[in-house]
Design a protein around this ligand. Structure first.
Ligand code: HEM
Length: 461
């Protein structure tokens, strides 16, 4: 009966459809496969699987929408509680969320591999950018010799590595090659499923927009990576007295920053899709939704976002430390020389002002002492902010996952600060420095997870 109605009428009364699960006709199935109605207490159901109910106590479950138009025009009826999520333009399959989380995991991996590439000083070993043909590394001895000869033309070899052997070169080359290959792999694992999901209609329009934005950021990341390498190949380094053959720290910050943003975007969007799908399938715990609806959590919610931003900022200042090799000076903590704060003349040195005293601010980005000091200050401020947030959270009623998240943020931040201090004291050994870098992304992950678990749920309870 219901099938018949669906064919002939765009609007149907369904007072009698409470707790009915139904399959629609083969014709409709093509448009809205697996339409199911549950516990609807009264209202209207529309073609393509919409429902509105004057009694807002439950909602429709609808999956795999294809149509892009809505029929919500009758203002006499309130939309069912999850209408925002359950419109054709707003439903995304959970597999898309899982794929985004997998992609974010791959980005995490490449950040760590990129750090290892930098720490082993391998980043400048491949002196060309060949996105397609660069997939195949040199194989035969003459091919290796040829690549080595190319490398010898650039400042890193001339100033620093003039006595490395071919086998040493092979090691640094393969490090950088793996980093680039991982980047290509992420490109494929991201773009191909994105196209597939797009064509199959598995993504809502807002998610399509986000995925397109993330794909753009991914491409941009590759371009930034190449410009960063190029900055370290510049011939200018040969003519600048005391210049160190390494990539520009500005490019390094940009490259790491955009990787962190890409990671955050994928991670948060993935989580959002999985959560929305739980809501749409009525498996999101109502108790949690009720707790999250409490207005007294608004302040905590805002502070959690601020903490995530502070972690991001501290990480970028860490990238400046890494880019300037500023971890190789003042290898002590909490002192920097005789005092906790180095002398003003050193923090604001005219040597870094370039064009006169008006440019003393350049010390913040160019002077290793100032950059390290800033990183210390930001890191300790981050730890204090997290501790305060954690103490504040003790007074609040939080959902279990949010409680787990804030506890993790505190735990990981303590570990991260310990790793940072150890990295500094032991003069940046590879395992500690790499763990410290991975720790920063882990800390950001816990903070993002906290922000996610604190999001209000669009259910009327
Ligand atoms: C919330 C705490 C912290 C965060 C989020 C953080 C984050 C970072 C990040 C992202 C990097 C760049 C890593 C790279 O690109 O390889 C870095 C580098 C560094 N950080 Fe931290 N850091 C924190 C605390 C500290 C503390 C307390 C210290 C020591 C006082 C410290 C010392 C260093 C040093 C020496 C480096 C340079 C390591 C290298 O050259 O590879 N960090 N930090």
């Amino acid at each position: 009966m219901f099938r018949q109605f669906c064919h002939i009428s765009p609007v149907l009364p369904f007072h009698s459809l409470a707790k009915v699960e139904t399959r629609v006709s083969p014709f409709l199935q093509r448009e809205t496969p697996r339409l199911r109605l549950t516990t609807i207490t009264g209202g209207l159901v529309f073609r393509h699987g919409f429902a509105i109910s004057p009694v807002v106590s439950s909602f429709t479950r609808v999956s795999s929408f294809r149509q892009g138009h809505s029929h919500f025009s009758n203002s006499r009826f309130r939309l069912s509680s999850l209408s925002k999520i359950n419109t054709p333009n707003n439903y995304t399959k959970p597999i898309v969320g899982r794929w985004l989380l997998l992609s974010s995991g791959l980005v995490f991996g490449i950040v760590v591999l990129g750090g290892l590439t930098r720490l082993t000083e391998s980043g400048l070993s491949i002196v060309e950018w060949k996105p397609i043909t660069g997939v195949i590394p040199p194989i035969t001895h003459p091919q290796w010799e040829e690549e080595f000869e190319k490398y010898k033309q650039f400042p890193e070899y001339k100033l620093l590595n003039y006595n490395i052997s071919l086998s040493d070169f092979k090691y640094i080359y393969l490090m950088e090659w793996s980093h680039r290959m991982w980047g290509r792999m992420i490109g494929l694992i991201f773009v191909l499923p994105a196209v597939y999901f797009g064509f199959r209609g598995h993504m809502s329009r807002p998610i399509i927009k986000k995925v397109v934005g993330l794909a753009g950021l991914l491409g941009f990341q590759g371009v930034l990576g190449w410009y960063m390498v190029k900055s370290g190949l510049s011939e200018e380094l040969m003519s600048t007295p005391g210049a160190v053959p390494r990539v520009s720290h500005y490019w390094l910050v940009a490259h790491l920053g955009s990787a962190f943003l890409l990671y955050s975007g994928m991670f948060l969007t993935g989580l959002q899709i999985l959560r929305d799908s739980k809501i749409a399938y009525d498996s999101f715990p109502k108790g949690v939704a009720r707790i999250l609806a409490n207005p007294s959590l608004n302040k905590f919610r805002r502070l959690a976002i601020c903490v995530a931003m502070l972690i991001f900022l501290t990480s970028m200042s860490g990238a400046l430390v890494a880019g300037l090799d500023a971890g190789l000076i003042y290898n002590e903590f909490p002192y920097m020389g005789k005092n906790i704060i180095p002398p003003k003349s050193e923090l604001f040195s005219k040597a870094y002002a370039r064009l006169g005293e008006a440019n003393l601010w350049r010390n913040f980005i160019d002077n290793p002492t100032t950059v390290q000091f800033d990183h210390r200050v930001l890191a300790i401020s981050t730890l204090c902010a997290i501790t305060t947030l954690w103490l504040y959270s003790r007074r609040l009623m939080l959902p279990p996952k949010a409680r787990l998240a804030i506890n993790s943020v505190l735990g990981v931040s303590c570990l991260q600060v310990t790793l940072g201090i150890s990295t500094l004291i032991y003069m940046v050994p590879l395992p500690l420095a790499s763990a410290h870098q991975a720790g920063s992304l882990t800390l950001l992950t816990t903070a993002l997870y906290l922000v996610h678990t604190m999001k209000r749920i669009p259910i009327k309870i």
